[in-house]
Design a protein around this ligand. Structure first.
Ligand SMILES: [Zn+2]
Length: 221
């Protein structure tokens, strides 16, 4: 066991990055109060399945409400602790949370910033990678979100991008389909919700590029 531990200590992590609002919990305008948190049905099960399959589950969330002064970073951290408590009661956990408190136009003071962390920027994913001793196995990792900006961040970073139909997802999907015509869609896979996305990851439908056809693309649906 000791030897095995050493051997795997620096192995790159398989990660599932999760958007928060509209993906894990019901979209609430500038959510920060724990009592307003409503998990989308199946969220705890989805996270538990991913935990059990050995994925690191990492939340990456744009929190422009901080930039706008609607709530502080302390409230964001408190909500994340609360969310992990709720998940914990169902045997699930998020391994790490990253948030972007900036906004390029509406930020107040130091929060008004053209940052690299606001999705579709990849700064939060890069920070997560720095915090993982063995880095990230991008070919075996995913990002799940309800906005094309989420998917774009994931794809820029080099992981498989999954759009879910909760939150803004259904609207985003229709817009993307209308724009793309017969061409390539901006996401690699579409699932109606987080639980279905997790199941698609686990059974290989959402694309597992390691050892796959190397194209990095899996047809939608
Ligand atoms: Zn930022």
């Amino acid at each position: 066991m000791e030897e095995r531990k050493q051997e795997t200590a620096a192995a790159p992590a398989r990660v599932v990055f999760l958007d928060r609002d509209g993906t894990m919990n019901e979209e609430v305008h500038y959510l920060y109060r724990p009592e307003d948190l409503r998990l989308i049905p199946g969220t705890a099960e989805a996270v538990r399945l991913l935990n059990g399959a050995g994925y690191r589950v990492i939340v990456v969330t744009n929190q422009a409400g901080v930039a706008r002064g609607y709530y502080g970073e302390e409230e964001v951290r408190r909500l994340h602790a609360y969310l992990n408590g709720v998940l914990g009661r169902e045997g699930a956990h998020v391994d790490a949370f990253y948030y972007c408190p900036h906004h390029p136009q509406y930020g107040i003071g130091p929060y008004k910033k053209e940052c690299r962390c606001r999705k579709p920027g990849t700064g939060m994913l890069e920070a997560a990678e720095r915090d993982l001793p063995g880095g990230i196995d991008r070919a075996a990792s995913f990002l799940i979100g309800d906005k094309l900006a989420d998917v774009e961040a994931g794809k820029r970073f080099g992981v498989t991008g999954i759009l879910v139909g909760t939150g803004y997802g259904e609207t985003e999907r229709r817009a993307a389909e209308a724009l793309s015509g017969a061409g390539a869609l901006p996401y690699d896979y579409y699932a109606p919700d987080l639980l279905e996305a997790a199941k698609a990851i686990l059974d290989g439908r959402a694309g597992q590029r390691a050892g796959g056809n190397g194209s990095g693309r899996e047809p939608r649906k």
